[in-house]
Design a protein around this ligand. Structure first.
Ligand SMILES: NC(=O)c1ccc[n+]([C@@H]2O[C@H](COP(=O)([O-])OP(=O)(O)OC[C@H]3O[C@@H](n4cnc5c(N)ncnc54)[C@H](OP(=O)(O)O)[C@@H]3O)[C@@H](O)[C@H]2O)c1
Length: 328
């Protein structure tokens, strides 16, 4: 539900491995898939195509569908509307796994469609549409989901599809671990550069580290220990990010194993004038900090910069970004 980068990649891999998948998405996306088929590739050599004739595509949730698992892959701002559409069309109790960023999607879904069973999930890697109907995973990692019988039943299909999926009794620490990494999305969007090129620049990394420090302070105040989602433990990440370029380029080789063209999808959202997920990321840090008597001023300011984007002159170089944030 929400056939785009994540839905197309995960669904395409599953279908290429023999699973029955039904994609619900926007006509502009589905028309491209119908014309070109759905091709999924990754940095480990995957290259599979589901031909147009084998794709089941629709612009709304078809009546009479009774899936054993729904994977929700809309952007955070679209969760409630998509959840309501699912709730109106699917049998009560249908499990829905949110493979979205941020923390509150399963809860928002449950409010909009209380009859369905809502489960939290996490996608650690970057997926981009690199051509019509062609989705490419440009970084590594393993999917995560709440441990539930409905997801457990799908483990063999995920394994056959070479989609590594780890189940967790409590996904919250994993979601926070991912959110700490997603704090770079806003910086990446404002930089106007591909992810790898942006991370090669110490000025951007210093801002990223500062956003993480604010988040880590709020998490410590809340008694939440974020899980390690990347190659480095969350509390060591700001130290690593702050290293001088020559040293960072040497010690962060695994972190920099990113395809040169990979970008945060927030950059695309800005370019296309769409609503971004900044409130579900930086905004979540600001709310957690406030609820524990703290402030997260840099997260607050970068959220304001993203939300004011149409009034911005264009991509910001590291020094310009720092100046806009009132960096001292
Ligand atoms: N892409 C990545 O690298 C990546 C990695 C990790 C996590 N994530 C997270 O995964 C989630 C999905 O991201 P994405 O990049 O896959 O987004 P995406 O490419 O924009 O795909 C979502 C698609 O769902 C459509 N949609 C929204 N509401 C719908 C509805 N009610 N019915 C049918 N289709 C609907 C959207 O259309 P509209 O544009 O018209 O709304 C869009 O085409 C986000 O939370 C994101 O942060 C993404």
């Amino acid at each position: 539900m929400g056939a785009g980068s994540v839905g197309g990649y995960v669904g395409g891999c599953l279908q290429a491995a023999g699973a029955e998948v039904h994609f619900v998405g926007r006509p502009r996306t589905l028309e491209a898939w119908q014309a070109h088929g759905l091709r999924v590739t990754d940095q480990d050599g995957r290259d599979q195509t589901v031909p147009p004739g084998a794709l089941k595509l629709s612009a709304s949730v078809p009546d009479g569908l009774a899936p054993s698992l729904v994977v929700l892959t809309v952007k955070c701002g679209a969760t409630r509307e998509a959840a309501a559409a699912l709730g109106a069309a699917l049998p009560a109790g249908t499990p829905v796994l949110s493979l979205q960023n941020g923390l509150g999607n399963a809860e928002a879904g449950a409010e909009a469609a209380p009859g369905l069973r809502w489960l939290a999930g996490m996608v650690p890697y970057n997926i981009a549409e690199v051509g019509p109907g062609h989705l490419h995973r440009g970084t590594g990692g393993q999917l995560a989901a709440e441990d539930d019988p409905a997801v457990r039943a799908w483990l063999p299909a995920f394994e056959a599809a070479r989609l590594r999926l780890k189940l967790h009794a409590d996904l919250r620490p994993v979601q926070w671990g991912k959110l700490l990494l997603n704090l770079n999305n806003a910086i990446n969007a404002l930089s106007g550069r591909p992810l790898r090129a942006e991370l090669m620049e110490r000025g951007y990394r210093q801002v990223f580290a500062a956003l993480q420090r604010e988040a880590l302070a709020a998490l410590a105040a809340a008694g939440i220990e974020p899980a390690q989602v990347a190659a480095v433990a969350p509390r060591r990440m700001p130290i690593l990010l702050s290293l001088p370029d020559w040293l960072f380029h040497r010690v962060a080789k695994r972190m920099l194993r990113i395809d040169p063209q990979a970008r945060s999808s927030m950059a695309d959202d800005l370019a296309l004038g769409r609503r971004t997920e900044v409130d579900a990321l930086c905004g979540e840090v600001v709310r957690l900090a406030r609820s524990h008597g703290l402030q997260a001023p840099l997260n607050e300011r970068i959220q304001a910069l993203i939300e004011a984007w149409p009034q911005q002159p264009g991509p910001l170089a590291p020094a310009e970004l720092k100046a806009r944030l009132g960096w001292r």
